[in-house]
Ligand binder design. Sequence first.
Ligand code: PMP
Ligand code: GLN
Length: 378
Amino acid sequence: VQTKLPNVGTTIFTVMSALATETGAVNLGQGFPDFECDPKLVQAVTDAMTRGLNQYPPMTGVPSLREAVASKVEALYGRRYDSGSEVTITAGATQAIITAILAVVRPGDEVIVLEPCYDSYVPNIELAGGTVVRVPLVPGTFRPDFDRIAAALTPRTRAILINSPHNPSATVWTREEMLRLQDLLAPTDVLLISDEVYEHMVFDGHRHQSAASFPGLAARAFIVSSFGKTFHVTGWKVGYVLAPAPLSAEFRKVHQFNVFTVNTPVQHGLAAYMARPEPYLELPAFYQRKRDLFRDGLRKTRLRMLPSEGSYFQCVDISAVSDLREDEFCLWLTREIGVAAIPLSAFYGGGFDQRVVRFCFAKRDETLQEALARLARL
Ligand code: PMP
Ligand code: GLN
């Protein structure tokens, strides 16, 4: 077969979860909770099914859910998106990102990604016929390097993809960094795709800086988020995209032929559940406690922890523990120590020379404790 994606195999998340299952390892690799969501949310979805809300919803999403999203975004980030023309419900953030890319990237367009980055971005751009322009985040700190971003901008640049809180490094962009990006893009017509799926997981009193809060960014942005992350239901695969009406219109042209619509009862259930803001307002404290529990245990090992400012990930440098390459280390760690992790090299297109791996701490305390007991053997 003539392949469209010669460099793509099965994603690392699937590979490592399969290995964890096969070996009985504690799975801190793929990012997903091992605990249940709020039973009230399940009840809300069940109620919607029982009420007979089981046929196709409107193409852009159930109106009450679009309205709930618009209200949340206005309350938290100060920008009002019109729920009719500027909010679209998607089959997870994954679909939102590829649909945004297919909607705006033409063959030959350049799209800037900041490496390390989530593994779907690069193949998405390639499928659209775009040219991937990789700009590294600062090695070691994973902060954006604005000189290098500026140097990567050309007349052919169509879009830049950013992600904060960041998977895998767990850094969170500051207000100053968002302002610098806004200044940098001001003289251009470059579009922004802002992946904010971990928006409600920011620690130590810091605030998530949504592109929605920066008028010069919001005007050019597709902002993507995921109910799966926020409400502990990654398997439901429902997310959303916010964009000014003309960009949303382009998005919807593609969306209707990608998936047409998204699961009806889940949308109704989420809309009802979002009447109370507590579930997402309580999320930072919920995950900060898990992060701290995990970090307290890691401190007793020779793994060197990197900061974790947001997301549900914790990265560690393995240099003091092993001479293996980070991808080999993850296989060894899963098989011999019984804990699965993800090598950071999976988030790069090559040229990775750091010895860092990622753990996910969206797990029950017992799971984290079991993993820590095993890691103590390192
Ligand atoms: N972007 C990032 C940075 C992610 O970590 C994930 C989830 N792994 C996604 C997008 C996809 O989210 P969803 O499961 O809603 O498709
Ligand atoms: N986003 C999750 C992670 O980074 C997993 C998503 C997936 O399996 N594709 O681990």
